[in-house]
Design a protein around this ligand. Sequence first.
Ligand code: GLY
Length: 372
Amino acid sequence: MTEKRPDVLIVGAGVIGCSIAHALVRRGAAVTVLERDYPGAVTSRASAGMLVPTAEGLPAGPMLNLAVQSLRLYPTLAETLREESGVDVEYSACGVLVPAFGDQAAQALKTRLSPDNPALQWLPRAVALEREPLLNPTLLGALFHPSEGQVNPAKLVEALTQAAARMGAAFHYGVAVDGLVRHGGRVAGVRTGSSEWHAGATVLAAGAWSGALSRWAGVPLDIQPVRGQVVSLRCVPQPLRTVVFGQPGYLVPRRDGTLLVGATQEWTGFENRATAGNTRMLLESAKRLLPALDSATFLDTWSGLRPASPDEQPVLGPVPGLDGLAVATGHFRNGVLLAPVTGELLAAYLLRGTAAPLKPFGVERFLGKKKR
Ligand code: GLY
């Protein structure tokens, strides 16, 4: 096919691909995005949209730094997207509580307190209940971070695609990529059936499907799908103002009065479906955290497929031996949280060659290792 050859071709219109597209077009690049379904179809829209690096217990070091950097980008990104697309992504620094229901859990949570994270506090039981009076009163206390929060992932994907499209990005839906166009060691684009799409640089941001690179080019990129099922309830009035991150199960109170209960973590391959057993389990976890939820209205349940690398951290940047190709995948439980920083870092790499911040997340760390 003949198309104007873009500077960058992005495979995948999940929140990661869309964020990269948005960051690139804002810097004047010509961008084309290929998506086999519709934006955020399988994973991003299924996410509950928590932005909670502390609650997720991310390991200190590059991963936590990346998450904190991304969280800090959210207030400005939300404003920018509102101006550029007219879509409110419902970003809210509503805080997060991680309750403990036993001594051991409380001790384990307290070990996360650190002078490096001065905003993180331990709330004794009475203070935690003052903040969220309907929490299960048997809690001993809770970790509290006042400025972690949430965003609406469906709105985020809509805002990113609309803003990027208005600035000239071309989105093509229903287009399945099935190989790379290679000229020796250089990747010149991708193949879709009998068509070829050429670009100066190609970014593989295909979420749980990114492992296809192993088939396409023999590069051992081991990305596995990890199913997450979510339940939504309606509660009037909304019983929470804070995200509650239970162990297991979390509760995300949405502005529209819905309350999301997440999420399972299941290694069931590409079988993306919600089950009766998971629904029951999620509802039981929700009730343990907030007994009043027993009388909430059941609305819906769905699932998505998180993309997990072997160390459950993102895989970002160039691919050795394949010039012109970059990857942005493996965000696992934190795709929505890490989308803004991934967009910024990939744009800086693709347009200016800034590779240093991507180093800890390079695909090199898996080369020469056996597949799981
Ligand atoms: N970020 C929470 C989850 O993936 O369930």
